[in-house]
Design a protein. Sequence first.
Length: 186
Amino acid sequence: MRIHLLMLWVLFSLLSLTEDARSQVFVHTEGYVEFISTAPMLEFKGVSNHLAGMIDVETGEVDFYIDLATLDTDNRRRDRDMRQVYLETDRYPFAEFSGNLKSAIDLNESGEQQVQVVGIFTMRGIEKEMTIPGLVEVKESGIRVQAQWEIRLEDFNIDRPRIVFYELSEVQTINIDIILFPYEEE
């Protein structure tokens, strides 16, 4: 199993925080991510339940990443080609978004809060600055985060896959849905 150095850094950093500061940090490693890929007369999804994320409500820092080898399109051959040829997961195992909230999350407000995060999306070693809109819902047990954005394959030097005589769209839609829980020392 691959271990992401940033997540280790986050966990070690959390250990050095005061208990008050730690209560503002929310983490989880089992969120949902999907990409939707379309072509004329064809659409498929790649999904994973291994999205890891962290939000520090006090500082506004956010970090989400996915081990790209965990994406599943429900077709073994397509998965193999996606990982080996297009995403090159042996060289570039993770996609990551790291940034800062443009507005604060109110932990005392129930219901959905619209947020925007400005940061860097990294895939295949290429960084792209993005502003991503999302929804945050404060729940009794934690914070639910949902977001949707689009990426262009050419921005990350990914050739457009061709399926028989169809060519996939240059634009891929990314959706995330994760519940982050308050960080607690074990």
